[in-house]
Design a protein around this ligand. Structure first.
Ligand code: PA5
Ligand code: NI
Length: 188
C-alpha cells in the first residue's frame, strides 16, 4: 500500500527531500536546441560546459501522479536565453501543472495546430498546461528559475518534433529585455 508523505521542496534551490531521481542537462547536450551553435561550442570549450538545468523528481511505484522540480540557470547563447528542450507529451490526453517558486521565466506553449501562447513564470504563478500543448520553459532572469511540476506518470515525453523543427517562436534578449520573435530556423 502506498503511504502519504510530506516532501520538502526548497523553492530557491529546487532541492527535493526525499527525492527518487535526478538528472542534469549541460550546454553540450542541448546543441540542437540553440540557434548559435558556434557560440554554444565556444561556451562549452571556454566556460566548462555550464549546467543549463536540473530536474529532480519524486515518483512512487504504483502512483498515478508524480512531481518534482526543474531548476534553470540564468544565461544565454548568443542572446537566446537558457531553455529546456521542450516537448509534447506522448499521451495526448494528459496535461501538466508548473508552479513557479522563484526567478523569472517564460513558459512558451504551442498547440498541435500551431497556435503559440505564453505564460509568464513568476513566483506564485501556477501554469495550467492543457493536454497536447508543447511546452518549453525559458529563464529570462538573472537568477535561478525554480518551478514545481506535477504530471501523470503515463504522460511521457515526445521530444522528436520540437528537436527536429524547433518551436515557431524563440525568446531572445534585446538590450536586457526578453522579446518573443519568430524562429528564423523554424521548419514547418
Ligand atoms: O515534464 C515536464 O514538463 C518537466 O518535468 C520537464 O521535463 C523538465 O522541465 C525538463 O524539460 P524538457 O523535458 O523539455 O527538457
Ligand atoms: Ni511536460
Amino acid at each position: 500500500m502506498l503511504l502519504p508523505e510530506g516532501v520538502l521542496i526548497n523553492g530557491l534551490t529546487g532541492e527535493v527531500s526525499p527525492d527518487t531521481g535526478k538528472y542534469t542537462k549541460r550546454l553540450s547536450e542541448l546543441r540542437e536546441v540553440f540557434q548559435d551553435r558556434a557560440e554554444l561550442d565556444r561556451m562549452v570549450a571556454t566556460e566548462g560546459d555550464p549546467v543549463v538545468y536540473e530536474v529532480i523528481e519524486y515518483k512512487k511505484e504504483g502512483s498515478d501522479l508524480f512531481f518534482g522540480t526543474t531548476t534553470m540557470e540564468a544565461g544565454n547563447v548568443g542572446g537566446e536565453y537558457f531553455m529546456t528542450r521542450g516537448h509534447f507529451h506522448q499521451r495526448r490526453d494528459m496535461g501538466e501543472v508548473y508552479y513557479t517558486q522563484s526567478g523569472h521565466g517564460v513558459l512558451l506553449l504551442e498547440s498541435r495546430d500551431g497556435e503559440t501562447r505564453v505564460v509568464r513564470m513568476e513566483p506564485g504563478v501556477c501554469a495550467f498546461i492543457p493536454p497536447d500543448w508543447a511546452h518549453r520553459s525559458i529563464n529570462v532572469g538573472t537568477e535561478k528559475l525554480v518551478f514545481v511540476w506535477v504530471c501523470n506518470v503515463e504522460a511521457g515525453h515526445d521530444y522528436g518534433d520540437i528537436l527536429k523543427r524547433g518551436m515557431r517562436k524563440v525568446v531572445v534578449d534585446r538590450d536586457g529585455a526578453d522579446v518573443i520573435v519568430d524562429n528564423p530556423r523554424y521548419a514547418a
